[in-house]
Design a protein. Structure first.
Length: 474
């Protein structure tokens, strides 16, 4: 590859070509062992010229070498005019020198292009807003771009050569090591969300993309990590979730008020009767206690829907479906909806009960709103194994209705925040929140729908992984 100084000063390049050629002549002249192979020496001078000076100076070195060979190397030893052998040797030298110069020039240009691309890639990495760093197989940081410095607060000289664990929370200490083991096993590392810590000890929520770095022999020599700061996004999503929970609680308030008004009125009447008829007072009080337990049951179910939970616990999905249907029983009665439930031999799963209730309350509530009078609602809960390479075990819940359906245009947007077809009555957060919760639990949610007149309806399928020992059957 030509140096930048020689590229900028062509005269110096030709001067270098002259020096290489004269050095070959001096070597031939002063060292007897090389006097039998002069062509090799001058060819070497040409190759050095094209390597460091370029194609033009190499042609100059070739012609100068021919002149020296003809008038210095061969002429003093000639007793007769130039022989056929010498002509052939000089011709072969000329062809080989020009061919070698051309090939070397192409290689030099390829090297320059590779160097230029490498510089461009380095500039892209350095100017990226995301943090990009690399580490070797031992977890030692080997590169650190400007985005990483802005995100974590460390300068390159402070962090290069140190273990990447300085960015990892103590409770996630094994995370980096396990990811490197996966890479070394040639396994694909899925993008994932985690928490890191910056120089000041502040927690950051980041989305990581990890890919292997290979050496010249194709062997994995380390890993490249792209960290995208999503701390603000996560906070915004959490605020939206809380907003949707409040909105859900508000929508349930009217239903709950109606549900508890009847037992409260009955309690008042029973107390009045107990005061008037002492003989049956115990009977009236017992009936009033049953009504109080009914009110308490409704309150507990409602609290379970909106109360936050911090850690996953074993939950029975079938029982949660029953609770949600009970909460929506008034709407189901008003619309005279035919409800059919089917609970197969279903295992428990690990999950956050309040969030799972939120998912199915949103889906069942939407189905009820879409149903016509005397519509049909089908709910099935069953054990399920994914038909993928992972073959995860879990629970699949299917909620089907014969309501108005969802148009093809709306289907592409239903899981987006603030998208709603309910105009003034919807927040547009229910399905987005449900999708987020299901993803948080490691599952998936699929939907099929048809909005044709007379053949309309919607089917939601929810898969939640993490099956435990089976407990429920129906």
């Amino acid at each position: 590859m030509r140096s930048s100084s020689l590229q900028e000063h062509p005269v110096a390049s030709y001067g270098e070509a002259l020096l290489f050629t004269l050095a070959a002549l001096a070597t031939w002249w002063l060292l007897p062992p090389f006097q039998t192979t002069p062509l090799v020496l001058f060819l070497s001078a040409v190759l050095l010229t094209v390597r460091y000076c370029g194609f033009g100076p190499a042609v100059f070195a070739t012609l100068l070498s021919l002149v020296i060979i003809d008038y210095v190397v061969f002429s003093p030893h000639r007793a007769h005019p130039e022989t056929r052998t010498e002509l052939v040797q000089e011709s072969v030298f000329l062809l080989v020198a020009l061919l070698a110069s051309s090939l070397a020039q192409r290689q030099s240009r390829a090297d320059l292009r590779a160097q230029r691309v490498q510089r461009q890639l380095a500039d892209i990495v350095e100017s990226s807003q995301d943090a990009i760093l690399s580490e070797d197989v031992n977890g030692i940081i080997t590169s650190w771009n400007g985005g990483a410095e802005r995100l974590y607060g460390y300068r390159p000289d402070e962090v290069i050569g140190k273990y990447v664990s300085i960015l990892v929370l103590p409770e996630h200490a094994d995370e980096t090591r396990l990811r490197m083991i996966e890479l070394l096993k040639e396994e694909r590392v899925q993008h994932y969300r985690t928490q890191h810590i910056d120089k000041d000890g502040k927690r950051l929520t980041v989305f990581l993309s990890i890919s292997p770095v290979r050496d010249d022999h194709g062997k994995i020599a380390g890993a490249s990590t792209i960290a995208q700061d999503i701390t603000a996004q996560v906070r915004a999503e959490e605020a939206l979730r809380k907003n949707e929970k409040l909105a859900t609680a508000g929508r349930l308030a009217a239903t709950i008020a109606h549900e508890i008004s009847n037992p409260l009125e009955a309690i008042g009447n029973l107390i009045y009767l107990a005061q008037r008829d002492k003989c049956k007072a115990d009977e009236y009080i017992a009936m009033a206690e049953r009504e109080v337990r009914r009110v308490n049951s409704i309150a507990q179910q409602t609290l379970g829907l909106v109360r936050d939970s911090t850690s996953p616990l074993p939950i029975d999905v079938g029982s949660i479906i029953d609770e949600v249907l009970n909460l929506h029983s008034r709407k189901l009665r008003i619309k005279e909806v035919e409800v059919r439930t089917r609970y197969d031999y279903v295992p428990q799963i690990n999950g956050i009960a309040g969030e799972v209730r939120q998912v199915f309350s949103n889906l069942i509530g939407n189905a009820i709103e879409a149903l016509p009078q005397r519509g049909s609602l089908r709910v099935r809960v069953q054990s399920w194994q994914e038909a993928t390479s992972t073959q995860r075990l879990g629970v699949r819940v299917t909620i089907a209705d014969n309501g108005s359906g969802i148009t093809a245009e709306s289907m592409t947007h239903i899981f987006e925040p603030f998208f709603t077809t309910k105009k003034d009555t919807g927040t547009g957060l229910g399905l987005w929140l449900s999708y987020s919760i299901v993803q948080k639990h490691g599952g998936w949610i699929h939907v099929r729908s048809r909005a044709e007149h007379g053949r309309s309806g919607t089917v939601f399928s929810v898969f939640l992984p993490g099956a435990m020992e089976p407990r429920r059957a129906a």
